[in-house]
Write a protein that binds this ligand. Structure first.
Ligand SMILES: Nc1ncnc2c1ncn2[C@@H]1O[C@H](COP(=O)(O)OP(=O)(O)OP(=O)(O)O)[C@@H](O)[C@H]1O
Ligand SMILES: [Mg+2]
Length: 262
């Protein structure tokens, strides 16, 4: 964790690409969803909550990477620059919509915070939070001496939560939670075997729902944190103190010292 003092206790919200874009339509923004999110986020920001936002690639990042790899096999520097540009394009649309609603979003491209996967610095986000801003970053791509690496928005959400000591991480997706084969929400996911992969709409280069749950189970096993997967309505409910979505908690969860964030 960057700072030991518990001045702010941020909530990390990952705005899934399945929500902020129309995942099955290349380069298509879901303006209605972004508008709804902006109202919910503004209300909670104004109520004093400290929020950090991460958004996903949806039909921007995932489509760009998939189409280029199908065509060329491997992404070169120009392709990485193009994918970065498409993600920045999506990010600025979301940023504009949020600022219009009154949320003081300050945007950090993922490739600025992380030079390669998991080699990141989130100090600036902490400073922004202290100063009343709402930092936002997004799933992105970087190019280094070993070629390109995709920085998953889900991973960013966990890394930021760990660095900033977040106690709550909400993954907003197109679905109201992790669903079973009958389409019912699994209220409490404690084991990856509970989760069936029901398929993903459009392209996905970071593993979809099952990978998300897998990463959440792992994170929950050694962090004192509430992780939920929910939709926009669910986000509104839980931020208002209610219950919604799926809660992800590892059945083997071991917390050495509940009083301290790790
Ligand atoms: N068991 C399941 N329960 C819920 N959704 C599932 C399940 N299996 C597959 N899915 C699909 O997973 C999608 C969510 O994962 P996905 O990675 O596509 O979204 P995201 O993380 O919001 O987007 P991005 O990766 O662009 O940020 C849902 O839209 C749904 O179609
Ligand atoms: Mg995803």
């Amino acid at each position: 964790m960057i700072h030991s003092k518990e001045l702010v206790e941020p909530i990390v919200i990952k705005l899934g690409g399945s929500v902020v874009t129309v995942k099955e339509k290349p380069y298509t923004v879901n303006h209605d969803a972004i508008k709804r999110l902006s109202k919910i986020i503004f209300k909670n920001y104004r109520a004093g909550k400290r929020l950090v936002l991460v958004h996903g690639g949806g039909s921007f990042g995932h489509t760009a990477v998939s189409e280029i790899s199908q065509r060329k096999g491997i992404l070169d520097v120009i392709d990485v620059a193009f994918v970065q540009y498409k993600m920045l394009e999506l990010a600025t649309i979301i940023t504009k919509a949020f600022i219009d609603e009154g949320i003081p979003v300050t945007l950090y491209p993922g490739h600025v915070l992380c030079r390669k996967s998991a080699d990141c610095n989130f100090e600036l986000l902490y400073e922004d939070l202290e100063n009343g801003l709402v930092p936002m970053t997004y799933g992105d791509i970087v190019y280094g001496d070993r070629g390109y690496a995709i920085i998953s928005g889900d991973d960013l959400a966990f890394w930021i939560s760990s660095a900033l000591g977040a106690r709550k991480i909400y993954f907003v997706t197109s679905e109201p939670g992790v669903l079973d084969k009958e389409g019912q929400i699994i209220r409490r996911v404690t084991n990856i075997d509970q989760v069936s992969d029901l398929g993903t709409k459009g392209y996905d280069v970071t593993g979809g729902m099952k990978k998300k749950v897998h990463a959440a189970l792992e994170y929950s096993s050694n962090h004192d944190v509430e992780i939920r997967i929910l939709d926009i309505d669910g986000l509104e409910k839980v931020l208002g103190g209610g219950e919604a979505g799926s809660i992800i908690v590892d059945s083997q969860k071991r917390l050495v010292n509940r009083g301290r964030r790790k």
